[in-house]
Design a binder for this molecule. Structure first.
Ligand SMILES: Cc1ncc(COP(=O)(O)O)c(C=O)c1O
Length: 437
């Protein structure tokens, strides 16, 4: 079978002389032997290439722009360092993500703290570590953060998250900018007007910008144009009231390919629609152009990550289905069970084999819904075969759990034929470390 779904795999993915899938010059079957499975493999060239792709696509169209990596897609110290080295700032959504950024030596002035219900402790911690921007999401947080900053005798730079009531046509669970959303100040209800006025009047907050995020993954370009248009037109009225908008952030949500029939627009297409709408609207409205901030998460790490599993039990139900069970599942990738997300798969040691049958790749967790890939064409599979699932780098590792007390998989970064472990396999002892008997 030709390697015809290459566009879903990392840039360096290839088939080597042994007919094995290789990534970053490493044979994935050998990686599976060395590190065990399940294993998540990140390709350094794709990670860095996607970072550069976003920086270049936006900087070449809008000189005053900045790309933040949305760490919720997956972060640890090694990933934070790689994206920082490539010139990206960081978007974080919890004290934990802030702590990783701080421990990794990220420039905290370039860290933006998002979230719809940041706790008082998290806000205190953000100020302790010198977090550059807090993206305020509610009236509760506005008052809380102002009080904290006042008590410390400091002024905190903030953006407000607005909800523009624009539907990006993605999964309901990951749609965030419509009226019925827990996120942000709604423009439609007038909450955003109250929030902007309160933020301008707050003694210890400097309102430097506005943000919205429509959802994820967004395969269409038009929702970005509609939302930027809507939000900028709405914001123009606040200039006479003292709003000095120095930053404008239309969020992230850029799609990646999970299955061959649905590939995303190019980064340049997203950059073009966003920057052209932004510049045109600022000019029409007579607004000075603020710095443009974008926050890709999935698009930076998604394609770079390939998950490796080993086939175990095989169950054939005549005329119904053949279940091929893998040694991972919903504990290392909850997305299919949570959102009905689709993936493709290949047999990593037999890349040229023709497809022989349609099977369902199930996980090892005690749930019938624990299926990673339903109805996928595969060559004839045997126990011990290594299966590679592409597009596994985003949200799968960050949402991983210890369900059924299976340890979370190790993670390696591959480059130039070398694999570097950036997270070891979680052991039984790790899983019991917090228990008190
Ligand atoms: C505020 C904000 N920015 C950026 C992102 C990143 O989205 P994506 O990973 O789809 O780029 C999210 C995702 O939920 C978000 O909530």
């Amino acid at each position: 079978m030709p390697f015809d779904n290459r566009a879903l795999f990392p840039f360096t993915a290839d088939v080597n002389a042994r007919d094995h899938l290789s990534i970053g010059g490493c044979d994935t079957v050998e990686l599976a032997e060395e590190f065990g499975t399940p294993l998540l493999v990140f390709d350094d060239a794709t990670l860095r290439g996607m970072c550069r792709g976003f920086v270049d696509a936006f900087a070449s169209r809008c000189a005053d722009s900045e790309v933040l990596y949305a760490s919720k897609a997956f972060v640890n110290a090694a990933i934070a360092r790689i994206v920082s080295e490539e010139g990206l700032g960081l978007d974080v959504v919890s004290g934990g993500e802030l702590a990783v950024a701080s421990a990794a030596g990220v420039d905290m002035a370039r860290v933006y703290f998002h979230g719809n219900n940041k706790t008082p402790d998290e806000l205190e911690y953000a100020l302790d570590v010198g977090c550059g921007r807090v993206v305020v999401d509610s009236f509760h947080e506005l008052a809380l953060l102002n009080d904290i900053a006042k008590r410390r005798g400091v002024t905190q730079d903030v953006l407000l998250r607005l909800s523009p009531s624009v539907d990006p046509h993605t999964h309901a669970a990951t749609t965030t900018g419509i009226l019925d959303s827990k996120f942000g100040f709604s423009i439609e209800t007038g909450d955003s007007t109250t929030a902007i006025r309160r933020a301008l009047a707050a003694s210890n907050l400097d309102l430097i910008g506005l943000h919205f995020h429509l959802g994820s993954p967004i395969f269409e370009l038009e929702p970005y144009a509609i939302a930027i248009d809507t939000v900028l037109s709405y914001l123009a009225q606040f200039e006479p009231e003292g709003l000095d908008m120095r930053e404008f952030s239309p969020g992230g949500g850029f799609a990646i390919g999970y299955v061959r029939g649905q590939l995303p627009p190019a980064i340049e297409d997203y950059a073009e629609i966003i920057t052209s709408t932004f510049k045109r609207r600022c000019e029409d409205l007579g607004l000075g152009e603020p710095k443009l901030i974008v926050e890709p998460g999935r698009a930076i790490v998604g394609r770079a990550g390939v998950a490796l599993y080993t086939v175990g039990a095989i169950k054939r139900i005549p005329t119904v289905r053949k279940y091929v069970s893998l040694d991972g599942g919903m504990g290392d990738n909850i997305r299919p069970a949570l959102y009905g997300s689709e993936y493709e798969a290949v047999a990593a040691a037999r890349m040229s084999d023709e497809p022989a049958e349609i099977v369902t790749l199930a996980g090892k967790y005690c749930e019938s819904g624990d299926v990673l890939v339903r109805d996928v064409e595969m060559p004839h599979l045997e126990p011990g075969d290594v299966i590679a699932i592409p597009s596994s780098g985003a949200y799968a590792p960050s949402m991983a759990s210890n369900y059924n007390l299976n340890g979370r998989p190790p993670i390696v970064v591959v480059a130039d034929g070398e694999a570097r472990l950036i997270r070891r396999r979680e052991s039984f002892a790790d899983m019991m470390a917090l228990d008190i008997s």
